[in-house]
Design a protein around this ligand. Structure first.
Ligand SMILES: Nc1ncnc2c1ncn2[C@@H]1O[C@H](COP(=O)(O)OP(=O)(O)OP(=O)(O)O)[C@@H](O)[C@H]1O
Ligand SMILES: [Mg+2]
Length: 325
């Protein structure tokens, strides 16, 4: 089943990022960690919710206590109860022995319920009862057993909207959301990208470097899959690229090939230009692009054309039109 106890997550539990947003998250983590209250971690896919959950677990106290990681989306609905609560011998056909459930394995450790929004409604009610009563009864068991662990849940779904559509129980939401931690998308903390790139580069087999321009190109991308996508991209680029160091151009080519979109980056730059108080914005933006490309290319028109993805003739025309840009 989809159960990972400790090692793998722990090995990965390195939280990189010194942007103000990440510092705020880590500050919250330090405050939250010592308590035993439930935590709800929200944030888009791949932004590090699981990493943060395991850091909370490790900061809380004895790291030898289990960190039981359950992906609610991966458990078949019919098995949720037996997997969580466990069952006694002979409970159903094939139940040849007593089965220890996740709640029992967790003990005084942490039960991490990833993708909590995927838990079916009937099982949400059962989980609510465990949290409220701090106890549970294994299937076929005669007595209730205490649950002494800490619950950390995570989701990339908007639970409040799910509540409105009656797909998530409001009472469970309030029980889980006692302490809330919102992990920002990578787009909201682009300053962390160079640090993350260097961190992942140290871990890949093929030792390559990134030029400053390549790092800037990585910072400009959208990363809808957040850190997971950044990590995968670095693994692929370091394996497939022939050049070392990796340049801005190969990042751009790779991004294009992988369909990494720049739409949002362009939209936000467009908003900035639209807000400027002058009339000939489009014209001046084009001129500025050519001017900056020429500066970076140290006056080499062919290189500037490559930077902008235009024909050399376009640069020449622009230079002539503007008397030297
Ligand atoms: N701050 C970070 N520093 C270094 N690596 C990170 C960081 N955050 C995430 N990662 C890495 O990025 C990958 C995705 O992280 P994680 O699984 O925690 O994301 P998630 O938010 O739980 O994703 P999902 O919503 O898909 O479950 C992992 O390989 C993890 O090690
Ligand atoms: Mg996750």
């Amino acid at each position: 089943m989809d159960l990972k106890v400790n090692q793998e997550v722990v090995r990965d539990a390195m939280v990189i990022g010194s942007s103000a947003k990440m510092e705020h998250v880590m500050d919250m983590v330090c405050r939250i960690a010592p308590s035993s209250l439930p935590v709800l971690i929200t944030g888009p896919t791949g932004c590090g919710k699981e990493v943060i959950a395991s850091v909370i677990h490790h900061m809380r106290g004895d790291p030898r206590l289990p960190f039981v990681d359950i992906n609610c989306a991966a458990i078949p609905e019919t098995l949720v109860e037996t997997l969580l609560f466990g069952h006694e011998k002979g409970m159903f056909t094939g139940a040849t022995g007593k089965h220890q459930g996740y709640l029992s394995i967790t003990g005084r450790g942490t039960l991490f319920l990833d993708e909590i929004g995927e838990l079916p409604l009937p099982q949400q009610a059962k989980l609510l009862r465990v949290i409220e009563a701090r106890s549970y009864r294994p299937l076929g068991g005669a007595v209730n057993l205490p649950f002494e662990g800490r619950i950390i849940a995570a989701t990339h779904a908007d639970l409040e909207t799910m509540i409105k559509h009656r797909r998530f129980r409001e009472d469970l939401y309030y029980r889980l959301n006692v302490l809330n931690l919102e992990v920002p998308s990578l787009r909201e903390r682009r300053q962390d990208i160079p640090e993350l790139v260097r961190f992942f580069l140290r871990r890949v087999e093929q030792k390559v470097d990134f030029t400053d321009g390549a790092l800037r190109a990585m910072m400009a991308l959208d990363w809808p899959g957040n850190i997971r996508q950044l990590k995968n991209t670095i693994e692929k680029i370091s394996l497939l690229s022939d050049e070392n160091p990796i340049t801005e151009q190969s990042v751009a080519a790779f991004a294009h090939q992988q369909g990494l979109s720049l739409d949002e980056t362009f939209d936000s730059m467009a908003d900035q230009v639209i807000d400027l108080t002058c009339e000939d914005k489009v014209e001046r933006m084009e001129t500025a692009l050519v001017r900056r490309a020429l500066v970076r290319a140290e006056g080499n028109k062919s290189q500037a054309a490559r930077f902008l993805g235009v024909h050399r003739k376009y640069i020449e025309r622009k230079v002539k039109l503007c008397n030297g840009v």
